[in-house]
Design a protein around this ligand. Structure first.
Ligand SMILES: [Zn+2]
Length: 99
């Protein structure tokens, strides 16, 4: 299947998922939204803008295999890894300053 056609199908799946969650792509993307929902809303936005399948960071093509595994992916693997690289004290609840 040509990439364009696959992207259309995957984009459709994203829109259906968003519809299930009753998030409209026109809604503001709340910063308090859980990451997964925010990703999904961002992906839906990209579908609406015809940019679905492109990494939001480097504008490179996101591999189809990645999108098939995770249709709401908005970053390529490399940018996603960078994005998720958060210092340990931010994600580890046991490392806290004594108060
Ligand atoms: Zn990228």
């Amino acid at each position: 299947m040509p990439r364009k056609q696959s992207l259309r199908k995957l984009g459709q799946a994203v829109l259906e998922k968003v519809a299930d969650l009753t998030i409209s792509s026109e809604d503001d993307i709340s910063p308090y939204m859980p990451d997964r929902l925010r990703e999904l809303a961002t992906a839906a936005q990209l579908v609406a803008e015809g940019r679905y399948g492109k990494c939001v960071e480097c504008n490179g093509n996101i591999p189809l295999a990645r999108l098939q595994a995770k249709p709401e992916a908005v970053r390529c693997v490399r940018c996603q890894e960078k994005h998720e690289h958060v210092p340990a004290y931010h994600i580890n609840p046991h490392v806290r300053s004594a108060s």
